[in-house]
Design a binder for this molecule. Structure first.
Ligand SMILES: [Zn+2]
Length: 235
């Protein structure tokens, strides 16, 4: 877990008691100790040395911290002089191990998401192309049902079918007699030959838009054969 916090560190870099400076509190001279600090910032993800400098004044006689607002012109001048004499650490930023880990993790996550989206996009495009441009000898894996009337639907299971021919807006498909078990659907490959099962004439539009096969097989009444297309193979 990465904890984000911000900690300001004031690193003393120079301390001196300048001569002839009066304490605003006890008015004694040569007792005011001025310290110059360089600001460091530590967070859970980085350590930064800034170029910001600040100062404090402390009277060794009356043991009092003299707040910046109480500083006399003389203290101000002395502080500025001390700043110039200070050995300032060169500013830098160091990124923590957690930050590098986080970056690495984000890098991997974004790459994976990118690849995943690309695969989805590519496979969707291939699918779209297949359904928009059906051609003879292409195979489809169909989950197949037949409904004779409103109350009775018969499940014909899943089987491969071949596109025999396309004529106008009609596609003629013929099923293979062998069924594919539900648990084998995702790994199933289309048989190369002997498609000698049922023959359907289906509408090209429905095939293209709804990715299914539908045929009314009775002259009168319902008599609907329909199927959801699970998979496809191009010849
Ligand atoms: Zn004092």
């Amino acid at each position: 877990m990465i904890i984000i916090y911000v900690k300001n560190i004031f690193e003393p870099i120079h301390t001196a008691i300048p001569e002839n400076i009066e304490c605003p509190n006890c008015s004694k001279k040569n007792t005011l100790e001025i310290t110059v600090y360089q600001k460091h910032i530590e967070t859970g993800l980085s350590y930064k040395v800034t170029k910001k400098l600040s100062g404090t004044a402390f009277c060794t006689n009356c043991n009092t911290d003299i707040a910046n607002v109480q500083w006399s012109k003389k203290i101000e001048t002395a502080f500025n002089k001390l700043k110039e004499q200070s050995k300032i650490e060169k500013p830098y930023v160091k990124w923590s191990k957690s930050f590098k880990l986080l970056l690495g993790f984000l890098g991997i996550a974004f790459t994976s998401i990118g690849i995943y989206i690309y695969i989805l996009f590519a496979s969707n495009k291939a699918k779209q192309h297949f359904f928009e441009n059906p051609s003879a000898n292409n195979k489809i894996l169909v989950s197949h049902s037949v409904r004779e009337n409103y109350s009775k639907t018969e499940d014909y299971g899943n089987s491969w079918a071949v596109i025999r021919k396309i004529k106008g807006d009609t596609i003629v498909i013929q099923f293979h007699k062998e069924r594919v078990l539900l648990e084998e659907i995702s790994n199933s490959k289309a048989p190369k030959s002997v498609y000698n099962g049922l023959t359907y004439k289906i509408k090209k539009n429905e095939f293209r838009e709804k990715k299914r096969v539908t045929q009314y097989h009775k002259k009168n009444g319902l008599g609907l054969s329909f199927g959801y297309i699970w998979n496809f193979e191009k010849e």
